[in-house]
Design a protein around this ligand. Structure first.
Ligand code: AMP
Ligand code: ZN
Ligand code: FE
Ligand code: FE
Length: 290
């Protein structure tokens, strides 16, 4: 009985529709999934309907980038319902910032002599949810770079000439907004925090005290040993050990829904515990995940 709580669709930088992702989840026998497109909940209605039809539990979610002292932190926010709310409203501002950033990336690339056409990037993204992977795909097609990795290494990664930073919420603020919206904030792929192993416990303890609900312990790219270690830390701190593939379809080759690189098993208990972690602070929307 396994779940996958980290999935990207065409509504951000994944290549598959929510319906296709649900089909993939059903085919590998998952009992639950969460859709976690970057900065938006646009794929939630389609995913919820498809999951209901397939008899799979569904959790609406999103992944946002937040400020953290030592390195990039991505926050997975679960049980965030589409519509209005403290975090939902802020996501609109974040999306506006992303649109502005995309324009700046075009300008940067042009100043480097690369005549990239934003309409082509938009088409690559399917009209919405544009991110750097879409720029990378177009750069590959233009013959400017060998592949997506090369596009990031040469132009799009932090510190490279095509990189444009974005304004992010602070981790504490994002966690508080998620809780005020009845959602459960979870740290995605914690290795990006730039901590040495010995410092994880203190950081997680601090963040748990300000409302963090869980840690993505069962991350596809992690060795089993590390997943177990992170799950142990969660147990000590009464945090939910969540997990997922971080599936992006063709934008991140080699990853399968539910299976990751072949050895991923996220216990279905993770979804049950997440549901419990919504706690008393939620604004309505009780009841089981759809
Ligand atoms: P964005 O949201 O526009 O900042 O783009 C973030 C996406 O770019 C994530 O899905 C990452 O998987 C991908 N990404 C970030 N850095 C790299 C990199 N160095 N190589 C390949 N993909 C990357
Ligand atoms: Zn992504
Ligand atoms: Fe991420
Ligand atoms: Fe992700």
């Amino acid at each position: 009985m396994a779940v996958d709580l980290h999935l990207h669709s065409v509504f951000s930088d994944g290549s598959e529709t929510p319906s296709v992702i649900v089909d993939m989840a059903a085919r590998v026998g998952l009992t639950g999934i969460a859709l976690t497109d970057h900065d938006n909940l646009d794929g939630v209605p389609e995913a919820a309907a498809a999951a209901a039809a397939a008899g799979i539990a569904f959790v609406p979610g999103t992944e946002i980038s937040v400020n953290w002292a030592s390195g990039p932190m991505h926050l997975l926010v679960y049980f965030l319902e589409p519509g209005e709310g403290p975090l939902q409203d802020r996501l609109e501002e974040i999306r506006a910032g992303r649109a502005n950033r995309n324009t700046q990336i075009v300008d940067r690339l042009r100043s480097l002599g690369i005549e990239i056409d934003f309409d082509e990037v938009l088409a690559e993204a399917g009209g919405t949810g544009v991110g750097r992977p879409h720029f990378a795909a177009v750069l590959v097609r233009m013959g400017c770079v060998a592949d997506v990795r090369d596009a990031f290494d040469r132009y799009l990664a932090k510190g490279r000439p095509g990189f444009v930073d974005q304004k992010h919420l602070d981790a504490e603020e994002a966690i508080a907004l998620a809780r005020a919206s009845g959602a459960v904030p979870v740290i995605a792929h914690p290795h990006t925090l730039g901590l040495v192993a010995a410092d994880y416990a203190a950081a997680f303890e601090y963040l748990a005290a300000v409302g963090l609900g869980g840690i993505e312990a069962y991350y596809a790219a992690y060795p089993l040993e590390m997943r177990r270690h992170l799950a142990g830390l969660c147990e000590n701190l009464a945090l939910v050990a969540t997990g997922g593939s971080d599936f992006h379809g063709s934008y991140k080759p080699g990853l399968a829904v539910g299976r990751g690189y072949g050895d991923l098993v996220v216990p279905d208990m993770a979804l049950e515990e997440l549901r419990s972690a919504r706690g008393g602070g939620s604004q309505g929307a009780e009841g089981p995940a759809r």
